[in-house]
Design a protein around this ligand. Structure first.
Ligand SMILES: NC(=O)N[C@@H](CC(=O)O)C(=O)O
Ligand SMILES: [Zn+2]
Ligand SMILES: [Zn+2]
Length: 344
């Protein structure tokens, strides 16, 4: 049995850092675990211009703990009206990707895209400039069952999008279904996907075990066991198309434990530990290094990190809650014992 796990210093390819006091509260957890992270733009108001992305990057850098070399990789929020000429400015500003939030699909998506065809001129500019397109892959039609929204998105949006924009690099974010895993597996080298720890560790029963458990509620929502199995298989396949993206999405505990619970699981405190648990459960610890440290930078066309991090087999208790500005934040699995611990 392996007791020490040495990994290439990893990156988080899908992360929510929020802003202001919340940002200052959560950023140190990610900066300790990861060298870089793709920072999601769904602030209020959203980060829709290159200038806003640059300003947000400055706020993140200013909030970093002393001595941290963590590097935020910035994204912009695509709207129906993002002008194609904003893409050149984005590229010059170091923005690496734009994010698709179908209007109404998830947290802070009201300004999102109402019909993807409205954005095709801008997507063409991204294809030309080499910016990536990150996709929250769920349709929002009221007549589509919540559990089917991702599978329907594959047919209605992904397939036509790929045909229209074949050389745009697309990341199907936080995939949750066997349909999405299959779609990405079968696609060419321009399509990849991130997978969260919660979708590898839990099926939808976790939301209902002994009562309604808001901290297990995120979007896309946890699915049936057969889908979790398909995601595990994809993550451990060794295919370069699948890589780590926590989707750590902090919401104040009082807003999770509320009559209307915001969608998002906060996993930044123990992200690598949770992934290690998931990979170990299927005997695939040897596949974690490439999933966490190689496939992401390779797809983004960025250098892999030098240096390593070490996880040790050691039981420890995840804090039940941590400060979040003036509020409290409850990590997924808070109060539980974990068997891996990031030590350096
Ligand atoms: N995943 C979530 O459930 N929530 C995310 C938004 C998102 O990534 O869809 C958030 O910003 O809270
Ligand atoms: Zn999302
Ligand atoms: Zn997200």
């Amino acid at each position: 049995m392996t007791d020490t796990l040495t990994l290439t210093r990893p990156d988080d390819w899908h992360l929510h850092l929020r802003d202001e006091a919340a940002l200052a509260s959560v950023l140190p957890y990610t900066a300790r675990q990861f060298a870089r992270a793709i920072v999601m733009p769904n602030l209020r108001p959203p980060v829709t211009t290159a200038a806003q992305a640059v300003a947000y990057r400055e706020r993140i850098l200013a909030a970093l703990p002393e001595g941290s070399d963590f590097q935020p990789l910035m994204t912009m929020y695509l709207t129906d009206n993002t002008p194609p000429d904003e893409i050149k400015r984005a590229k010059d500003a170091g923005v690496v990707a734009l994010k698709l939030y179908p209007a109404g699909a998830t947290t802070n998506s009201d300004a999102g895209v109402t019909d993807i065809r409205k954005t095709y001129a801008t997507l063409e500019a991204m294809q030309r400039e080499g910016l990536l397109f990150l996709v929250h892959g769920e349709v929002t039609d009221a007549d589509i069952d919540v559990f089917d929204r991702e599978a329907v998105f594959v047919d209605r949006v992904m397939t036509p999008l790929r045909a229209a924009m074949p050389e745009l690099k697309v990341v199907f974010e936080h995939i949750t279904t066997k349909e999405a895993a299959q779609y990405v597996t079968d696609s060419d080298r321009f399509t990849a996907a991130t997978i969260t720890p919660q979708h590898l560790l839990y099926n939808r029963n976790a939301i209902f075990t002994g009562g309604l458990r808001p901290h297990y509620y995120c979007l896309p929502v946890l699915k049936r066991e057969e889908h979790r199995q398909a995601l595990l298989k994809a993550a451990a396949s060794g295919l370069p198309k699948f890589f780590l993206g926590t989707d750590s999405a902090p919401h104040a505990a009082q807003l999770k434990e509320n009559s209307v619970c915001g969608a998002g699981c906060f996993t930044a405190v123990s992200a690598l530990e949770l992934y290690a648990e998931a990979f170990e459960a299927i005997g695939a610890l040897d596949k974690l290094d490439a999933f966490a440290g190689h496939h992401g930078p390779d797809f983004y066309g960025l250098p892999r990190n030098t240096g390593t991090v070490t996880l040790k087999r050691e039981t420890w208790t995840l804090p039940e809650s941590v400060p979040f500005g003036e509020a409290q934040l409850k990590p997924l699995r808070g109060g539980d014992t974990l068997n891996w611990k990031l030590v350096a």
